[in-house]
Structures are given as C-alpha cells and as structure tokens.
Design a protein around this ligand. Structure first.
Ligand SMILES: Nc1ncnc2c1ncn2[C@@H]1O[C@H](COP(=O)(O)OP(=O)(O)OP(=O)(O)O)[C@@H](O)[C@H]1O
Ligand SMILES: O=P(O)(O)OC[C@H]1O[C@H](OP(=O)(O)OP(=O)(O)O)[C@H](O)[C@@H]1O
Ligand SMILES: O=C(O)c1cccnc1
Length: 493
C-alpha cells in the first residue's frame, strides 16, 4: 500500500508509528487475546475548556493526523524492539507487523472555530485500531489547535496589522517550530521567520535583521547601508542596538536619503525591539513623516502577546506590523490544550451500545453515543446560533421548529423556528474503511476557510474579556439518553 495516496503540501518521511503511549500497545494485546479484538467502537476527540478563558478554539492538526494514520505500520525494527520488551506474544507481534488502520474517521475541517465538548474527530473502528491512534491524534490536535487559537487571538488584537511569527528560537523543538508556524498561519499570521515551514508548508517567509548584524559592522550607519545595498527593495532596519531615537532613527533616515532614494528606492521599514514601544513608535512616526517617509513601516517586537498588543494600540502606538515569538509559538499563557479522546459507544453486531464516562465533576461527564455534529446558522444574518450534537442518523428538517437542549438540563432549551435557520454538517469523512477519502485543502485554503468561518461567529463570543458562551447543545434524544444513563449509573453505584 502507498504510504501517501493523497497530495499533501507536507510529507513527513519519518516513521513515527511508535510515538504512542505504551499502554495503547499493552491494552491492544489484551483486546487481541480476548473476544473484544474485532469489536467495533466509536471514540470522540473533544476538549473541555477554551484556552485563555476565551470563547472558542481554532481546530488544527488534522493534516498531520492523516499523515500519521496513512503511514501507521510497524517495521521489522519496531517489532524487534517490542519483542525485546518481553511483554508481547509472538502472535500479537505478528498481528502488529501486518497492522494497518482500517476504520472510519470523520473530522471538522481545519481552521474551523470549535467549542468545548463537541467531537472534533470521530473515530469508528475496530477497538485495536481506535486505541492505537489515540496518542498521535491528541498530540497533533492539541499542539496545533493551541497555537492556531493563540494566533487567532493575537491577529484579532492586531486589528488588521500584519503579524509575523518569530518563534522558532523559543519553540520547544524542531517540530514545535515548524508545526507551530503552520498552525499560526491557519490562525491568520501573515507569515513566518521559519524558513523550513515556508518550504514545506508553502507559507510566506518574512524577516528583518538581528542586533548581531548591526554590531558586526564598525558603525550602525555602515550596517544599514550594507543591508540597503543588498536589499534596496525590501530594507527594514533594526533601530535599537545602541540608541533608538538618537542613533538608530537618524541612521535609518540617512540611509534612505543618501542611498535608497537617490537610487529610486524607499526605506521599507524600521523595527523597534526594546523600550517603551508606544512612546518610541509615536516619536519615530513623526520623524519619518517629517522626512517625507510616510510609507516607511514601523515594525515592533519584544515579548508581545494579544494583551500587550491591545494595550499598545489603545496607547496610540504607531505600528504597522509586529513580530511575535515566544508568546505565540509556546502559547505561553495557556501552554496546554486539553483535548481528550473518549470511548462513546460499542457495537454488538448492528446494535450500537452507548457508553458514558461519569465524573463527580459535572463538566467531565461525557456525551454518550455515536454522534453527529451540526452548526446552526440564522438564515437571514448568516450568524452561527450554536452547535448541535445528535445521535448518529437523527434527521433535522430545517422547515420544522428545532429545539436544542443544554448538555445537562432539559429545562434549559431553545427553539429555533422552522424556515429561519440552515445547518452545516461539521464532521467530514476523512477515512472510510481505512481508505483516505478526503481531498485535503491547501494551507492557504485552510487559512481562508478559517477567516471566513469566523465572520459567522458573533463578536461577543470572540472578545477577550468574559466572552459570551457559544451554545453547544444536544438533541432531545441525546439528552434523554445521557440523563437515563446517568440515572442507571447511580443505581449501579
Ligand atoms: N508602552 C508599552 N506599554 C506596555 N508594554 C510595553 C510598552 N512598551 C514596551 N512594552 C513591553 O514591555 C516589556 C518590556 O520588556 P523589558 O523589561 O525586557 O524591557 P526592554 O525594553 O526589552 O529592555 P531591554 O533593553 O533589556 O531589551 C516587553 O514585553 C514590551 O513589549
Ligand atoms: O520576543 P519574542 O516575541 O519572542 O520575539 C522574538 C524575539 O527574538 C529576537 O530577539 P533575540 O534577542 O533572540 O535576537 P536579536 O538579536 O535578533 O534581537 C527578536 O528581536 C525578538 O525580540
Ligand atoms: O526577522 C526578524 O526580525 C526576526 C526573526 C526571528 C526572531 N526575531 C526576529
């Protein structure tokens, strides 16, 4: 079988099959030894809390999930290693050596705004197949969704000013830098400083210059001039190596006037990387404008995040674009996205038996059953009214009134009048019987989809402070099932 039977922007040639928690393998051997081996089950991947007390997340990481599943196989070396652990029978190792994922996977499109407790990925597969992919699914989705969400927040704060992703040097490792750049692009940044990400994911690469460049010349002027001579059409100089206002700025203007402009070019930009950004940027704007350089951009950087950016803009800082590193690529304020993967049902022949995970903490009680997920839009405004989980196969007639229920309480419900709404099936087929059926969009298309999808989400959901909670509701059938299962569990206890 071809490792990749689909065109992707990025192909990871590494064999990452064993990037799985050891218990996936030990449990799978138990399934193999028991009659549960070929049992068909369903799992949901979902998360419980929005990052940064925000109102949403941006789903990302699916393409890497697809790549992993397509390639998932155990090589001779993998099998030898597993044998050396003395935990696995020869029969099971033989089974693993022929293993390929054979199940169905449905998922939300990358870039889609998503909300707590709804299935972002739904797996229907043999128990072993569904178990073995758990770690990779969570790893890819948790990382990239976290970064895409952070990027979206930073881009929103920037209010139309371009954000450059500068994080590779602070990223936790190579993959975090590259996939972080990819996810940031989905979240709306203009490009990345990480050249590899540009090459592999076909996203724009951007950048200015470092302090070391300026330091390496005898004078700051000479450094700026040398750079301008090499890149007369796209020269952005760094002002703060010695003294932003008294050395960097006059030298930048001097290079513009004495070299660039006489040769028919303009100084593209100046970057500030320390000091009081609001104060300095205002002074710099005034000086540049006074020198007839209204088109020269002011780029700022220095541990920026969505809150600092909001503050700088409210202080009247004169900023055209920003470089953001550590707070974006490490999602410093919310460094973990808590996606989980829970069993939701088991098939016995054609019969589907819903399963629930109970917790003292009401928020941690899972939504049972093999489910579908719909987004409901107001027909007139096009705005999303909420998301609805139903039992798989429940039909929604958009000409009829639709009552949607809170995830725990039947008295908290809302009826949407028939004819006033439209629905979107959010779970797209990705794999059917192990075969990839998804025509993966390009990264550019994913980014566009994300931007467009957010125009349907009310601003009240997207704001940073105390955002409104987006409705993620249940159909009556699903709520009744959940409540009756909770009652049953109470009796069992
Ligand atoms: N006007 C401002 N309002 C709020 N925060 C600001 C403003 N100007 C700069 N900042 C932020 O304050 C922090 C200042 O960082 P820091 O204390 O390291 O000073 P610095 O200017 O970077 O000094 P250094 O010369 O050591 O680089 C940065 O995160 C920066 O983005
Ligand atoms: O602050 P962040 O949001 O993480 O953005 C990246 C930072 O990395 C660079 O600094 P660094 O001191 O590493 O190198 P430099 O000499 O190029 O400034 C750059 O100047 C930014 O300040
Ligand atoms: O191009 C830049 O200015 C840049 C890139 C990475 C980190 N800091 C700055």
């Amino acid at each position: 079988m071809e490792l990749y039977d689909q065109k992707f922007d990025f192909r990871d040639e590494r064999n990452l099959s064993l990037v799985m928690d050891f218990y996936e393998l030990t449990m799978s051997q138990c399934y193999f030894n028991s009659k549960t081996k070929d049992k068909i089950v369903t799992f949901d991947l979902f998360y419980r809390k929005n990052p940064d007390q925000g109102g949403y997340a941006v789903f990302a990481g699916l393409e890497e999930v697809i790549g992993y599943i397509q390639k998932l196989h155990f090589t001779k070396e993998d099998i030898s290693y597993l044998r050396s652990l003395k935990r696995f029978s020869e029969a099971f190792l033989q089974y693993l050596s022929e293993f390929r994922f054979t199940g169905d996977i449905y998922a939300v499109k990358e870039g889609t705004p998503v909300f707590p407790n709804e299935p972002l990925i739904r797996v229907k597969a043999k128990l072993i197949d569904a178990q073995l992919i758990e770690t990779a699914l969570l790893l890819c989705v948790n990382h990239q969704t976290m970064i895409a969400t952070k990027a979206r927040r930073i881009v929103r704060a920037a209010g139309g000013r371009a954000i450059m992703e500068f994080g590779a040097r602070r990223a936790h490792n190579f993959d975090a830098a590259n996939f972080g750049a990819r996810a940031a692009y989905i979240g709306g940044v203009a490009g990345t400083a990480t050249t590899y990400a540009g090459q592999k994911f076909k996203m724009p690469v951007l950048g200015t210059m470092a302090h070391s460049f300026v330091q390496s010349f005898d004078s700051e002027y000479e450094a700026f001039l040398t750079y301008a001579q090499s890149y007369p059409e796209s020269c952005t100089v760094l002002l703060d190596t010695y003294d932003t206002l008294h050395s960097g700025l006059p030298n930048a203007i001097k290079v513009a006037k004495q070299y660039l402009e006489p040769n028919g070019y303009r100084l593209a930009g100046v970057r500030i990387d320390s000091g009081d950004i609001a104060y300095l940027s205002k002074k710099i704007r005034k000086a540049l404008d006074g020198a007839g350089m209204q088109d020269c951009s002011i780029v700022v950087s220095n541990s920026l995040d969505e809150y600092l950016i909001t503050s700088l803009i409210s202080q009247g800082a004169q900023i055209n674009s920003m470089g953001v590193g550590e707070n974006l690529v490490c999602s410093k304020s919310t460094p973990v996205f808590g996606g989980v993967y829970k069993l939701s049902s088991v098939f016995e022949g054609e019969k589907n038996i819903p399963k629930i995970k109970v917790s003292e903490n009401v928020e941690k009680v899972t939504n049972p059953g093999y489910k579908d997920l719909y987004r409901i839009y107001d027909k007139e405004s096009g705005m999303a009214l909420g998301d609805l989980m139903t039992l798989h196969g429940e039909k929604i007639d958009i000409d009829q009134d639709l009552t949607i229920y809170h995830q725990m309480n039947s008295w908290k419900n809302k009826t949407i009048l028939g004819g006033t709404y439209v629905i979107e099936d959010l779970l797209q087929p990705i794999f059917i019987n192990g075969k990839l059926v998804y025509d993966a969009p390009s990264l550019e298309e994913i980014r566009e989809h994300s931007k467009e999808a957010f125009t349907h989400i009310w601003d009240e959901i997207q704001r940073f402070e105390y955002p409104q909670t987006y409705y993620v509701d249940l159909s009556k059938n699903l709520l009744d099932l959940k409540l009756s299962m909770l009652e049953e569990v109470k009796h069992v206890k």
